[in-house]
Design a protein around this ligand. Sequence first.
Ligand SMILES: NC(=O)c1ccc[n+]([C@@H]2O[C@H](COP(=O)([O-])OP(=O)(O)OC[C@H]3O[C@@H](n4cnc5c(N)ncnc54)[C@H](OP(=O)(O)O)[C@@H]3O)[C@@H](O)[C@H]2O)c1
Length: 342
Amino acid sequence: MTAVGVIGATGLVGGEMLRILEERNFPVSQLRAYASPRSEGRVLATKWGDVACEVLRDGCFDGLDLVIVDVDDPLALEWAPHAAAAGATVVDNSAAFRMDPDVPLVVPEANPHDVHNAPKGIISCPNCTTIVLVTALAPLHREFGIERLVVATYQSVSGAGKPGMEELSEQWTKFDGGAEQLRRAAATPGVIEPGEVWDRPIAGNAIPLAGSVKEHGYTSEELKLVRETRKILHDESLRITATNARVPVYVGHSMAVNIEFRRPAAKAAVVELLAAAPGVALADGGDGHPSALEGAGIDPVLVGRVREDQSNPGGIDCWVTGDNLRKGAALNAVQIAELVIR
Ligand SMILES: NC(=O)c1ccc[n+]([C@@H]2O[C@H](COP(=O)([O-])OP(=O)(O)OC[C@H]3O[C@@H](n4cnc5c(N)ncnc54)[C@H](OP(=O)(O)O)[C@@H]3O)[C@@H](O)[C@H]2O)c1
């Protein structure tokens, strides 16, 4: 049995975390929940009993075996080492330690053995988009060797946490989801004001900038996808370029992926591999077109639109979608924890 702490238990990922621990019958002997001072004392009902939220303070992790971190990077950077020093294994969903060479970055379907090489006692979960992508691509990389990826993402607002969900809801509600203002906002400047999270209205829109702009015009989300995929697949030579966009979808990150392989891949072989791949569900044998909503609320990532790239023989085009809060965060963390306690 495992004494478990969840930091950020009242957030989107934290809430999903508690549900998944329950669903998977994780062997919990004791559960403690941490959140901001705003939530101190708030009671969360779980199958292990009611748990009152605590604030983070010195000694708060004493006696815990596993601490799952679902807060933003600065908080994770500060508190994950405290949890590790208290003797807990830390599974961190933030980006704080992902590229640290002494912290493994793990998608259990791709690199499960890396969990055992965690000298700091911290194991990182990749970014939600990266997890969804790598879950689908790992078996193809093993078989054919990926040479180059061109990815375009369509990311949901829940990727930006509760504030992202609230911003879309407020804008939909204000304009009833279908009002003329949403259809023709460009023609009526000022009608839909941007919110706090995005600099444009997100309702009725597609914003081609997820994250903040970094080097060479790539965004933080795009660079995470590139660097994290290389680290997980242990292949720094992998060539990847990405354009990450935000769309008015509540849950579910989707992506169009063009893959160039070192050894040419035929559609039939790709479909056969994906059909047998853990954590993947093929839509209509690879010919389906799984939407974000179909992938939301379930565990596997969905793959469809599998085609042989007619511009590049031996390459493949496909569509991948997955629940960013489940496989893209909470489920992946619980799978890591299961590997650790096994
Ligand atoms: N959303 C996704 O799709 C996704 C996917 C992968 C990874 N992640 C990462 O997971 C982490 C959490 O994201 P989220 O989407 O769940 O965010 P969120 O919905 O905004 O939740 C944030 C959580 O942090 C807590 N918190 C804020 N200030 C705190 C403090 N001073 N002390 C303790 N707890 C505090 C909040 O508690 P209160 O409720 O009390 O404010 C809440 O539980 C982030 O690092 C994010 O990058 C998110």
